[in-house]
Design a binder for this molecule. Structure first.
Ligand SMILES: Cc1cc2nc3c(=O)[nH]c(=O)nc-3n(C[C@H](O)[C@H](O)[C@H](O)COP(=O)(O)O)c2cc1C
Length: 153
């Protein structure tokens, strides 16, 4: 079975909740799913997933949540070639923060692209100003996303 790893960046649990809510949709589609709420770079590079999904909120002024900073820092210092990686990106944010809206997801997306990874589909940005429960936006997005994935499952 194809392996999906979901890398979570969260301060208050919203992104982790999204990851746990979408997990069964992937399992029904035939994926083995691991949700990583303390992810390290080796989770990505040692047992390579067939597909990765990043679900991260933004904190501070466009910053990555604390549980994902180690991952991002190691990504920057080690700069591994990620040309094999296909991934999706769900960014949680709040448009009242203006220019730093969804900054963590956008920044991570840029870093992954710099290292050769390929995002599958568009990044989903979930605005807390418009969507009270992030799951309400994430679940239909994932339902629509799964059938567009290459048949690796
Ligand atoms: C202290 C603080 C700083 C935040 N900074 C930003 C920001 O710079 N940009 C943004 O888009 N959202 C920002 N947010 C909004 C969060 O990203 C948003 O509420 C998200 O849904 C939280 O998800 P989580 O529970 O997974 O951490 C901030 C929220 C807090 C409480």
């Amino acid at each position: 079975m194809a392996l999906l790893k979901i890398f979570v960046g969260t301060m208050y649990g919203g992104s982790l909740d999204v990851a746990e809510q979408v997990q069964p949709l992937f399992e029904q589609a035939g994926y083995t799913v691991e949700v990583l709420d303390q992810p390290t770079l080796t989770d990505l590079t040692e047992t390579r997933p067939d597909l990765a999904l990043f679900v991260t909120s933004t904190t501070g002024s466009g910053d990555v949540p604390g549980n994902l900073t180690g991952f991002l820092n190691t990504l920057s210092t080690e700069s591994p070639a990620l040309d094999w990686l296909r991934y999706g990106m769900i960014a949680l944010g709040d448009s009242s923060y203006g220019e730093t809206y969804c900054g963590a997801g956008r920044h991570l997306d840029e870093r992954l692209a710099d290292l050769g990874a390929t995002r599958h589909g568009e990044r989903l940005e979930i605005d807390a100003m418009e969507t009270f429960m992030a799951d309400d936006a994430a679940l239909p997005w994932v339902e629509a996303w799964i059938p567009t994935l290459p048949a690796t499952a």
